[in-house]
Design a protein around this ligand. Sequence first.
Ligand SMILES: *Cc1c(COP(=O)(O)O)cnc(C)c1O
Length: 408
Amino acid sequence: MTGATGTGADVLAASAGSLRERFEAAFMPNYGVPPVVPVRGEGCHLWDADGRRYLDLIAGIAVSSLGHAHPALVEAVSRQVATLAHTSNLFVNEPEVLLAERLLGLLKAPGRVFLANSGTEANECALKLAISYGRNTGRKYFVAAENSFHGRTLGALSLTGKASIRDQFGPFPADVRFVPYGDADALKQAVTPDCAAVFLEPTQGEAGVVPPPDGYFTAVREICDATGALLVLDEIQSAIGRTGHWFAHQHDGVVPDVLTLAKGLGGGMPVGACVGFGNAGTMFAKGDHGSTFGGNPVAAAAARAVLDTIERDGLLEHVRTVGKLLADGIAAIDHPLVSGVRGRGLWLAVVLTADRAADVQAAAQRAGFLVNAVQPDAVRIAPPLVITAEQVETFLAAFPAILAEVTP
Ligand SMILES: *Cc1c(COP(=O)(O)O)cnc(C)c1O
């Protein structure tokens, strides 16, 4: 096995160490070098290039909703790629139509869909809708939350309230004002009739799976209704069963004007969606937006397989049951490094009493479990929605020893 010009067969034979070195040499340094090199997955397990097995408790950042190599996803993608892989937006394809209709059916409200390839692109669409709305109504600015994450492209980044990833790329195209997340009074102060839209996550994912206080979204909806600002909910991480409901906003009984989706929707195939409800769905004029790959038939077929499987296998209820098992099990651990657990369904953070999340992630990896240090003091757990109670118990049984390895 030699050199950076290896064939596919060479890559499969390469060791994890050599692939990490070649990654470092061939890629831009924006990611650093990730620690694990998975080469194969099945269900909730991954195997790395050295043959080690891991229980996957992060699912490619809440993406692999059906786990790895799920037969329904394999069948849908294989069949579609062998039938028609791509059309572009110059043509209509049936899988994209079926997916858009399916999403609207799940949302139970009249709306229109735009299909994209990623989360940040779904949010670009939402921001362009909000800009169009602002232009039509004389509204000039936007409101988003501190510590929010909406994506890395410049429109979505302008809505992202995290200085460390944002400040070096300003100034931004949109005037965005940031308020503390979960503070309804601060939002009320910030949203005037000049505000075009409010962008929020139902629970802040990258901030460390931080839910808002009870009643927050009822107040948010009232503030938007009173001022005429659009409410845009970024459900890129929270939707498609992650919290035990199709959409996290269904917990709060609040309907947004615009909704964005991605991550878990394609179960590992790249697909994003922006849904506009009521008038927000028909705001674009012909030519206002587009994507060559958006609505790609293979990605759309994958998303439908994900939605069908969640429904057929009763995964929403399953997520609530095993999510509770996992959260209760973590809460019951008596260890000085653990201060508690937050989140809903299979979207949890173990909150630490010190900034040791990276060490917990590393110790878990050595023990055969993949978790994510989402914040210095928070470990994110977002396994495939198909994780079994037995697999959850395996992790809970191992977790005290993992924590014991992290010296205070
Ligand atoms: C991941 C994420 C995004 C960005 O999605 P990409 O597919 O990485 O562009 C946007 N918003 C939220 C809430 C996310 O979790």
